[in-house]
Design a protein around this ligand. Structure first.
Ligand SMILES: Nc1nc2c(ncn2[C@@H]2O[C@H](COP(=O)(O)OP(=O)(O)OP(=O)(O)O)[C@@H](O)[C@H]2O)c(=O)[nH]1
Length: 575
C-alpha cells in the first residue's frame, strides 16, 4: 500500500518540521497553503504560518521519544553545581478556582490573554479565554518514577533553548481547526473573531457587508472574510480550508476554517491533519443540532471522529446561534449532554473539552462576557458545572529553566504534571529561567497533590524527600539548652515541620569548625554543633552543599528562633 505523503508526515514524523523541509533549493513549502517561500522567510508569505514552529508531540515511535526528551525541558545549565531542584515553591494549590476554562475565571487570577483582554477591558473573556486552555501538549506520560533513583551519577545536558542567549523565546504556533456541520457558523465565527481581534479592519468589514448585501446575502458578511471565492460566496458555503491568523501573548494562532458540507470533507481533512487543537462549532437551533449528530451525513459526528483520529485531543465546543433559541439554558444543557456523551465515546476526556454558548451573529460571548442576561446566567451555571481542574503553583525557579509543555515531577507527591501555561510579572511567558518568580499552571494533576512547600523538578532528577537529617547549627542567644529529645520546630524553605533532636554528635570550634567535643549532653547559647533531627513529616530537602535553597534551616521553640543551620547529610528515613 502506498502511503500518502501527508499521512506519513502526520502520523509518523514530527509533522510540521517534516513538511517544511526544503523541497527545492532556496525555498521551503508552507504546510498549510503549500506556497513555496524563499528560504530567507521565517514565515509564510501567503498565510503567515511560522516556518518551524514548536513541533507537536505525536505519541509514538522514535520521533515521539525524541520529542518527549525535548519536552522534558526542565533543567539545569550547571549540572555540577545543583542537580535537581527547579522550583522551590510556595506551591499554592489554587484548585478549581483557577481554572482557565471557566467563563468567569479571569477575574480570579487566571492567565490573561492580553491581546484579547485589551479589547475587552478587565471583563472575563469567553471564547478567547477558552483558547488559552488549549495548548500544544505532550501526550506522553512519564511513569514509575523510582523513589530510590540514584541521581548522583546522572549528568544532565542542558538543551540550547534553556540558555538565555540561545533561546527562541518567541510565540509557539497553534494550529486551530474550526470544524462542524454545514452552516453551523464556522466562517461567521472566524470572521467575527478576526474582526474583534483587529485582524480585519473596519474598512474591510464595511466592504464585505456592502458586497454581501448587494448580493442579497447580508447575513454572510463575516463569513465572506474567509469565503473568498465567487463560488463560495454564491453558494454560501465554504469549499476549501480558509487560513487566517492572529497572535495572542502565547501563540501565533493559525485558524483553519474548514468546509462543513459533506462534499468537501477531503478538504476539511487536509486542514484538520495540521491541527493541534480544534473548535467544534454546533448550531444550537432546533433540528440543526440534531442533523449534525445524525448517524448518516451528520458532520458534527464525522468531523469529530476525524479530528480525534488525527490526534487532536483538546476541543472547544462552541454552541453557536444561541440567539435563535433565546439563549435557553435548557437547550444548552441538552446539547452539552447529548454531544458530551458522543465526545466521550470518541475518546475525549471531559477535562479536555470546554463548552461555550455563543452567538457569532450577535457577538455574544466571543471576546467579552455576554451582556445578554440569559446567556450570562447560562455561562455562570456552566462555570460551576464544567470546572476543569487546573492547579497553579507559584514560587521561585531556583535552577535551570522551564517552558510551556514541560513535564514536571511534583514532589513530594511524586506525580507527573504538564506545564500548561506560565506567568512572570503577571505576563504570560513561554520560558522561565533560574531566578524568575513564576506562576505555573499545571494540568494532569489533582490539586490536593500539589502542596505548599512542595517542589517541581525534572522527572529524571527528583528532589530528595526525607525526615531524618544531620544539621550543623549555630545556637542563638538562648536560656534553655538544646538536649537530646528537645522538641523543636524546623523551618526549611516554605515548610514548617515538628522536629525532635535524636543525637548531638559534636560541638565545633566556632573559628576553625573542627570538632571540640564529641557527644556532648547539651548545646548552650552561641555554641556550634552537629545534631541529628527526626521530623514528624517528610520534606523536600537537599544538602546545603548541593542546594542552598533546599539545605538551609532554622529551628524555633516557643515562638522564638533558637538556632540557624545547614543540612549536612540526608539520613535513612525513620518510620
Ligand atoms: N442567527 C444566527 N445565525 C448565524 C450565526 N452564526 C452564523 N449564522 C448564519 O448561519 C449561516 C451559515 O453561516 P456560515 O458562517 O457560512 O456557516 P459555516 O459553518 O461556515 O458554513 P459551511 O462552511 O458552508 O459549512 C449564515 O447565514 C450565517 O449568517 C448566529 O450566531 N446566529
Amino acid at each position: 500500500m502506498l502511503l500518502d505523503k501527508d499521512f506519513v508526515a502526520t502520523e509518523i514524523a514530527p509533522r510540521t518540521k517534516e513538511k517544511q523541509e526544503v523541497i527545492k533549493t532556496g525555498v521551503w513549502r508552507c504546510p498549510i497553503c503549500t506556497y513555496d517561500n524563499e528560504d530567507s522567510m521565517s514565515e509564510c508569505e501567503i498565510c503567515g504560518v511560522l516556518r518551524n514552529p514548536l513541533v507537536k508531540f505525536s505519541g509514538n515511535g522514535d520521533s515521539a521519544a525524541a520529542n518527549f526528551k525535548r519536552l522534558l525541558s526542565l533543567d539545569m545549565p550547571s549540572p555540577e553545581k545543583e542537580k535537581n531542584i527547579l522550583i522551590e515553591s510556595e506551591l499554592a494549590a489554587k484548585g478549581p478556582d483557577s481554572s482557565s476554562a471557566s467563563m468567569a475565571r479571569d477575574e480570579h487570577g487566571g492567565v490573561k490573554d492580553r491581546d484579547s483582554a485589551s479589547d475587552s477591558g478587565s471583563k472575563p473573556e469567553i471564547l478567547i479565554s477558552s483558547m488559552r486552555s488549549v495548548s500544544l501538549s505532550s501526550k506522553a506520560r512519564t511513569e514509575n518514577v523510582n523513589e530510590e533513583m540514584d541521581i548522583s551519577n546522572m549528568q544532565y545536558k542542558p538543551e540550547s533553548w534553556m540558555m538565555a542567549d540561545q533561546a527562541e523565546d518567541r510565540l509557539s504556533q497553534l494550529n486551530l481547526a474550526i470544524v462542524g456541520h454545514v452552516d453551523s457558523g464556522k466562517s461567521t465565527l472566524s470572521g467575527r473573531l478576526l474582526h474583534l481581534l483587529g485582524r480585519i479592519s473596519k474598512k474591510e468589514m464595511h466592504k464585505y457587508e456592502k458586497e454581501a448585501k448587494q448580493q442579497g446575502k447580508g447575513s454572510f458578511s463575516y463569513a465572506w472574510a474567509l469565503d473568498e471565492s465567487a463560488e463560495e460566496r454564491e453558494r454560501g458555503i465554504t469549499m476549501t480550508v480558509a487560513v487566517a491568523f492572529f497572535n495572542s501573548r502565547k501563540y501565533h494562532v493559525v485558524l483553519l476554517d474548514s468546509p462543513g458540507h459533506r462534499d468537501f470533507v477531503p478538504n476539511m481533512i487536509s486542514g484538520a491533519t495540521q491541527a493541534d487543537a480544534a473548535i467544534l462549532v454546533v448550531d444550537a437551533s432546533m433540528g440543526s443540532f440534531e442533523a449534525g449528530l445524525d448517524a448518516i451525513g451528520g458532520q458534527t459526528r464525522e468531523h469529530t471522529q476525524l479530528i480525534r483520529s488525527f490526534g487532536v485531543d483538546q476541543l472547544i465546543v462552541v454552541v453557536n446561534k444561541m440567539d435563535i433559541v433565546e439563549y435557553s439554558q435548557e437547550r444548552f444543557d441538552m446539547v452539552k449532554k447529548k454531544l458530551g456523551t458522543f465526545l466521550r465515546s470518541c475518546g475525549y476526556k471531559d477535562s479536555s473539552v470546554s463548552w461555550i454558548p455563543v452567538s457569532a451573529m450577535e457577538n455574544q460571548n466571543l471576546v467579552a462576557t455576554s451582556d445578554d442576561k440569559r446567556l450570562l446566567s447560562c455561562a455562570h451555571l456552566r462555570t460551576s458545572e464544567i470546572i476543569e481542574l487546573r492547579v497553579s503553583a507559584c514560587g521561585k525557579l531556583e535552577t535551570g529553566a522551564i517552558r510551556t509543555g514541560s513535564k514536571v515531577l511534583v514532589m513530594p507527591s511524586r506525580e507527573i504534571a504538564t506545564v500548561r501555561s506560565m506567568e512572570r510579572d503577571s505576563q504570560v511567558c513561554n520560558i522561565a529561567r533560574a531566578g524568575d518568580n513564576i506562576t505555573v499552571n499545571l494540568q494532569g494533576i489533582e490539586s490536593n497533590l500539589v502542596t505548599a512547600g512542595g517542589v517541581l523538578c525534572h522527572p529524571d532528577f527528583p528532589v530528595r524527600v526525607a525526615n531524618h537529617l544531620e544539621l550543623k547549627i549555630l545556637v542563638l542567644d538562648v536560656t534553655i539548652p538544646i538536649l537530646i529529645g528537645s522538641q523543636l520546630e524546623l523551618h526549611i524553605h516554605h515548610v514548617k515541620e515538628a522536629a525532635r533532636v535524636v543525637k548531638i554528635l559534636s560541638l565545633l570550634d566556632p573559628k576553625t569548625g573542627k570538632v571540640m567535643k564529641k557527644a556532648p549532653r547539651c548545646i548552650l547559647s552561641k555554641q556550634n554543633a552537629v545534631i541529628e533531627v527526626v521530623l514528624h513529616g517528610l520534606v523536600c530537602v537537599d544538602e546545603y552543599a548541593k542546594s542552598r535553597a533546599l539545605g538551609r534551616v532554622s529551628l524555633r521553640s516557643s515562638g522564638r528562633t533558637i538556632a540557624l543551620g545547614l543540612v549536612t547529610q540526608i539520613l535513612k528515613r525513620q518510620e
